[in-house]
Ligand binder design. Structure first.
Ligand SMILES: N[C@@H](CCC[C@H](N)C(=O)O)C(=O)O
Length: 282
């Protein structure tokens, strides 16, 4: 299987061009390639395919093989892939995802995509649609008990579920001690991604993320968007926020009038490769 390893501020995936390759068992292939000791090493697998309704289609699988609806860092890398590898010469493209069609603007420097602005669509705040099993709607600053401790969560879906927890210092957070318990809490019927957020000022936050299906990652694009929406709903920031993540920065803007969230950030190719898959998953 030919592949390209790419990352968006350290959130790394193995990308497969399904115009040329076919991946019969993506869940198992994702688990295999994501392994950082016995595989290629990644936060998951992303397939780029033809679409009947948009320019391209993207399917994302987490490192544990589960399929997610959407990936913010991944979709910027898809844009870079299709432009830099000659699948399109357009600088405005649409990409079909399980969270709907997303519209992207590519910023090209010296013939290659340097950064991408993505219209991530409208945030979903209805608890049943996120989904989160609480009565309050929207789910803003709602108490939840995790491992005997009460946290206050704000829940937002960007097509995939996010729970945002505000705290004073994310650098020293022992994320492994609470992340898996949020992820698998019974209040989240489809599990959740959890963002731990420290507000620095009205336009800047620090964020760490425990991702559903991939543990702690260096960045999460949908998570940065959900975090910005949560900051605004809690009146902690203005509508434009720079989100500092372990792997770099994303610029997020919630256009309240149009109710659309925009994300801007880089996309990077690490290397191209070819791997022989074990017979039982090939
Ligand atoms: N890292 C991604 C999100 C990937 C999917 C997520 N783990 C989920 O299961 O919803 C991003 O950049 O958005």
């Amino acid at each position: 299987m030919k592949f390209t390893k790419m990352h968006g501020i350290g959130n790394d995936y193995v990308y497969v061009n399904c115009f040329e390759e076919s991946v019969k068992n993506p869940a198992e292939v994702s688990k295999f390639v994501s392994d950082r000791h016995f595989g290629i090493g990644s936060d998951g697998l992303i397939l780029i395919s033809p679409s009947a309704t948009a320019d391209f289609r993207m399917n994302i699988y987490n490192a544990d093989g589960s399929q997610a609806e959407m990936c913010g860092n991944g979709i910027r890398c898809v844009a870079k892939y299709v432009y830099d590898y000659g699948l399109t010469d357009k600088t405005e493209i649409s990409v079909e995802t399980l969270a709907g069609i997303k519209y992207l603007r590519l910023q090209v420097e010296n013939g290659k995509v340097a950064s991408v602005e993505v219209n991530m669509g409208a945030p979903i705040l209805e608890p049943k649609e996120i989904p989160v099993a609480v009565e309050e709607s929207p789910v803003v600053n709602v108490p939840v008990e995790v491992k005997g401790k009460i946290y206050h969560m704000t829940c937002v879906s960007m097509g995939n579920p996010h729970a945002i927890i505000f705290m004073n210092n994310v650098k020293d957070l022992d994320i492994e001690a609470s992340g898996p318990y949020f992820e698998n809490h019974t209040v989240f019927p489809k599990r959740t991604n959890t963002e731990f957020v420290e507000v620095l000022d009205r336009n800047t936050v620090n964020m760490r993320v425990w991702e559903r299906g991939s543990d702690e990652t260096l960045a999460c694009g949908t998570g940065a968007c959900a975090t910005t929406v949560a900051c605004i709903l809690n009146d902690k920031t203005e509508n434009e926020v720079t989100v500092h993540l372990l792997g770099g920065d994303l610029k997020i803007r919630w256009d309240r009038e149009a109710n659309q969230v925009y994300m801007t950030g880089p996309a990077t190719v690490v290397f191209d490769g070819e791997i022989t898959l074990p017979d039982d998953i090939a």
